[in-house]
Design a protein around this ligand. Structure first.
Ligand code: RTP
Ligand code: MG
Length: 148
């Protein structure tokens, strides 16, 4: 079963959106298999967003993501990587559709509430960056027979 890495960014934690965001992914039918509230070190931030190292906003991005606690999660389900990206909405909240997390709760690209892996390769990389193997659980849920 596919897994993805999702993270409520510091703005989402400060704005009390952790529960709302968990609720959306749970209600969709995905399974939460790992979660923790944590501070991100500078090294972890630079590694996580390494693909943007040369971009002009890189410094600001690292500063923002390390500015307060984030809520890091691993979610499991069929096609969870692409469906979660759709549920997050476009990177720029001005372009994000209503009904998406960014469309409903965010105003600016720099404070867009949530991160989600954009491919199977980045999902694997990011899960391993943020979680120990033992902290990503494998368990069955009764309701899965009603979802798939
Ligand atoms: P994320 O990685 O955070 O899930 O967001 P994303 O895939 O939708 O967007 P990405 O292109 O990977 O950009 C990473 C984050 O950098 C910030 N950003 N700022 N000022 C700007 O023009 C700009 N562009 C991107 C955003 O916070 C974006 O989520
Ligand atoms: Mg990205």
């Amino acid at each position: 079963m596919e897994k993805t890495f999702l993270m409520v960014k510091p703005d989402g934690v400060q704005r009390n959106l952790v529960g709302e965001i968990i609720n959306r992914f749970e209600s969709k039918g995905f399974k939460l298999v790992g979660a923790k509230l944590m501070n991100i070190s500078n090294d972890l931030a630079e590694n996580h967003y390494g693909e943007h190292k040369e971009r002009p906003f890189f410094g600001e991005l690292v500063q923002f993501i390390t500015s307060g606690p984030v809520f890091a999660m691993v979610w499991e389900g069929e096609n969870v990587i692409s469906i979660a990206r759709d549920m997050m909405g476009k990177t720029n909240p001005l372009e994000a559709a209503s009904g998406t997390v960014r469309g409903d709760f965010a105003m600016t690209v720099g404070k867009n509430i949530i991160h989600g892996s954009d491919s199977p390769e980045s999902a694997e990389r990011e899960i391993n960056l943020f979680f120990n193997e033992n902290d990503v659980l494998s368990y069955s849920k009764q309701d899965s027979a009603w979802i798939y």
